[in-house]
Write a protein that binds this ligand. Structure first.
Ligand SMILES: [Zn+2]
Ligand SMILES: [Zn+2]
Ligand SMILES: [Zn+2]
Length: 279
C-alpha cells in the first residue's frame, strides 16, 4: 500500500490563509516543503481519505488521475476535510474519458447532510448516480470497489457530530489514519483489539506540534506518543510499525525542519505535502 500525504495542514493551511504571524511569513519566504495545504491522503491510485477544497490543487501539483478514485473516506464535515461541491462536476459534460464511472463518498450523518446541501442546487440528475453518498457509523466495516477493507472508528473531535477516522486494510497491510482527533478513551483501543486490527502504519493528528495537550479535540506529538503506548499495550502495533505526524497548524510555531529535529528522538516521521510512505 502506497500512501501519499497530499496535504498536511490544519484548516487554515500554512501559511495560513489570512495570517501574517512570523511562522507564516517565514513559510512564505522559504516556500517548498514549508507550504502545507489542507489534509488529504491518497492511497495507491484508488482511494482518498478526506476531500478538502485543496483537492483540485493536489491533482495539479501531484499530477494523479482524480477520475481513477472510486472511493472517498470523509472523516468529518469541517471545511478542511469536506468540500462536496466538487462532486457536481463528476461526469459529462464536465469530464470526459474518466477512468472510473463512479466514486462512492463515505461519511457520517453530518457529512451526508453537508453533501446534500452543497450539491442540491447544482448536481445534475444524470450525474447523481455516479456519486453515491453512503452513511457510516463507528465500528462499521465495509469493502470499497477496489477491495480495500475499511473500519470506521469514533474520533474525539467536535460536539454534535460523530467524527470518524479509518483503518484501511489491503493486501495484508493496515494503516490507521487519524484526521482529526484528540486522545481516545481506552475503550476504543479495546474494541480495535477485539476486531483483530494490527497496524503497519499509524498517522496522527498533530495540530499542536511538539506539545502535550491532554484532553481536547486535537493532539500534539506528545499526546501521540501516549496514544502509541496505549496501542502497544493493546497489541495493535508491532516493532516495524511506522508512525507519521500530520495536520499541522501554524500555531505550532515551528517550521518543518524544526519539527523534524524535535520528533526524530520520538521515532515519528513528520509528514510534508507530497510525502509518500509504502507499507
Ligand atoms: Zn482538520
Ligand atoms: Zn500564521
Ligand atoms: Zn476538524
Amino acid at each position: 500500500m502506497k500512501l501519499t500525504f497530499l496535504g498536511t495542514a490544519a484548516a487554515e493551511g500554512l501559511p495560513a490563509v489570512w495570517c501574517n504571524c512570523s511562522v507564516c511569513r517565514k513559510a512564505k519566504e522559504m516556500g517548498g516543503i514549508e507550504f502545507r495545504t489542507r489534509s488529504q491522503i491518497l492511497i495507491d491510485s484508488k482511494l482518498l481519505v478526506d476531500f478538502p477544497m485543496d483537492t483540485y490543487m493536489h491533482m495539479l501539483t501531484h499530477k494523479f488521475d482524480l477520475s481513477a478514485i472510486d472511493s472517498v473516506l470523509i472523516t468529518h464535515a469541517h471545511m478542511d476535510h469536506c468540500y462536496p461541491q466538487e462532486f457536481v462536476l463528476h461526469g459529462e459534460p464536465f469530464a470526459h474519458g474518466m477512468t472510473e464511472p463512479k466514486i462512492t463518498v463515505y461519511g457520517n450523518a453530518t457529512v451526508a447532510e453537508s453533501f446534500e446541501s452543497a450539491t442540491r442546487a447544482e448536481l445534475k440528475p444524470e450525474i447523481a448516480p455516479s456519486v453515491p453518498m453512503k452513511k457510516v457509523e463507528p465500528f462499521d466495516c465495509f469493502t470499497t470497489e477496489s477491495g480495500y477493507k475499511i473500519t470506521a472508528l469514533p474520533a474525539v473531535h467536535t460536539a454534535g457530530e460523530q467524527c470518524l477516522f479509518y483503518a484501511v486494510e489491503h493486501c495484508g497491510k493496515t494503516a490507521l489514519l487519524f484526521n482529526d482527533s484528540g486522545i481516545l478513551p481506552n475503550e476504543t483501543y479495546d474494541k480495535m483489539a477485539k476486531l483483530g486490527l494490527k497496524f503497519d502504519l499509524v498517522s496522527f493528528d498533530c495540530t499542536y506540534g511538539h506539545a502535550k495537550h491532554g484532553k481536547g479535540r486535537h493532539m500534539g506529538a506528545l499526546d501521540a506518543d501516549g496514544e502509541r503506548d496505549k496501542m502497544k499495550e493493546c497489541n495493535l502495533v508491532h516493532n516495524g510499525t511506522k508512525y507519521v505526524l500530520t495536520h499541522f497548524s501554524h500555531n505550532c510555531n515551528l517550521t518543518h525542519s524544526e519539527l523534524c529535529k524535535k520528533e526524530k528522538d520520538y521515532g515519528f516521521t513528520v509528514a510534508y505535502d507530497g510525502m509518500t510512505v509504502e507499507i
